[in-house]
Design a binder for this molecule. Structure first.
Ligand SMILES: *Cc1c(COP(=O)(O)O)cnc(C)c1O
Length: 429
């Protein structure tokens, strides 16, 4: 590391820090370029991307087929708005409906916009189809949810940090405890039009639902004429080892929210999908987006879906995910109690750090220094979600670095000195 490259790193960090709003606290790595699962910083140092932009880069960085589709489309037309028809939106929506089994799709750009679309659809369905007075519709949401950052969505976040000072908050949301049907029943009223829920709570720390919860929830929603809307912005498109995480639960929702990986790792592309009689509530003028479903985005998203299919990335996620979790559990067993839990599904894993010993952020920063990119969520969880294209060899390399970081930290904390005492105590007891 020579002096000029250090100043290079500092200068880029400095500009973002000086001129950007302070709404992020990035890991101090300045990414210069990336290919597939590898990332290089401005000093030429190589990293394994075990985060893939929160699942937005499931295809790996700059997948050649997705890039080629973008370049082809850039020779034709990129943005027309929905004032006209195009040659790429129809084929994209057709593919998406076939893959998900839903009748219709409404394209947007970011995940939060697609969630907003879901909220508008649910409320209008509650009014039109269920006869709830307009303004009285209620949507049930899980405590610990993450559905994005718009003012309506943060109104029902249970994270005080996401809400503080942003009032007046939107009305019409009630919380239940993720995984607890009794709390769903308690939160529901005659005005409940929908349940909006993640299949696995990502930001909350990769929290898996208890077995049977979603089956019961599905049954309850059907019995009570309540829409079940699943937010798979992060979980969908192969991340959990199935095309959609709801498949693990053996259920089908009434509507689905997709985003992140839907953009093939290149562009913001999201969608809200629903049954015919649900999507029917939208008529011309009731909803829209200037960039939603633009020709370039649709071309990229369609190719992205084909890549997941053609390259067998869903099965790959299941197989590599199992391997990754096994490897992380092996490190946990050696960690002297520094790691208190490893959990996940497919290539989406949370490693829970014992909070009295270290923060997840400390571990993430050390891991970056060791050449592995990850990201903390809340105080204690390190999240690993590499591109679905990751190989066993790269997982081995990432795990070797992670193991070193964990063992070093455990050693500094004296965790290995304490262990023999425990064993002796147990033996004499
Ligand atoms: C990321 C995410 C969103 C929001 O997506 P943005 O593109 O950041 O607006 C919504 N729901 C879930 C589950 C997410 O992970």
């Amino acid at each position: 590391m020579d002096a000029s490259s250090i100043s290079n790193t500092q200068s880029f960090i400095g500009k973002e820090a000086r001129f950007g709003a302070r709404n992020y606290q990035p890991v101090p790595v300045v990414v210069d370029h990336a290919r597939d699962c590898l990332v290089w910083d401005v000093e030429g140092r190589e990293y394994i991307d075990m985060m893939s932009a929160y699942s937005a880069v499931s295809h790996g960085h700059l997948h050649p087929r997705v890039v080629a589709a973008a370049v082809r489309q850039l020779d034709k037309v990129a943005v027309t708005s929905r004032a006209y028809y195009g040659t790429t939106l129809g084929p994209f929506l057709e593919k998406l409906c076939h893959l998900t089994g839903f009748a219709r799709a409404l394209p947007m750009n970011t995940g939060a916009e697609a969630v907003e679309t879901a909220i508008k659809c649910a409320r209008r369905w509650g009014w039109k189809a269920k006869g709830i007075a307009d303004g009285k519709q209620e949507i049930l949401v899980a405590a610990g949810n993450f559905h994005g950052r718009t003012s309506t969505i943060i109104s029902f976040s249970s994270e005080p940090e996401y809400r503080a000072g942003f009032g007046p908050l939107a009305q019409g949301f009630k919380h239940f405890t993720f995984g607890d049907m009794a709390s769903v029943r308690a939160a529901a009223t005659a005005n409940t039009c929908a349940v909006l829920v993640e299949p696995i709570q990502g930001e909350a720390g990769v929290i898996l639902p208890p077995a049977g919860f979603f089956a019961e929830l599905r049954e309850w929603c059907t019995e009570n004429n309540v829409l079940l809307i699943i937010d798979e912005v992060q979980a969908g498109l192969g991340r959990t080892g199935r095309w959609f995480a709801f498949e693990h639960e053996g259920i089908r929702p009434d509507a689905l929210v997709l985003g992140k990986a839907l953009g093939g790792g290149l562009l913001p592309v999201s969608a809200f999908l629903a049954r015919e009689d649900v999507m029917e509530v939208f008529n011309p003028g009731s909803h829209g987006s200037t960039f939603g479903g633009n020709a370039l985005a649709a071309a990229v998203a369609l190719e992205g879906l084909k890549v997941i299919e053609d390259e067998g990335l869903v099965a790959r996620s299941a197989a590599m995910g199992e391997y990754l979790i096994d490897c992380l559990k092996a490190v946990q067993a050696e960690s002297g109690g520094l790691i208190r839990d490893v959990r996940g599904r497919g290539l989406w894993v949370g490693v829970d750090i014992e909070p009295s010993l270290a923060t997840a952020r400390q571990m993430v920063e050390r891991l970056a220094t060791a050449g592995v990119l990850s990201k903390e969520t809340h105080e204690t969880v390190i999240r690993f979600a590499p591109p679905l294209t990751i190989t066993r060899e790269l997982i081995d390399r990432a795990i070797a670095s992670f193991r070193q970081v964990v063992l070093q930290k455990a050693k500094e904390l004296g965790l290995f000195d304490r262990q023999p005492h425990t064993e002796t105590a147990e033996a004499s007891a």
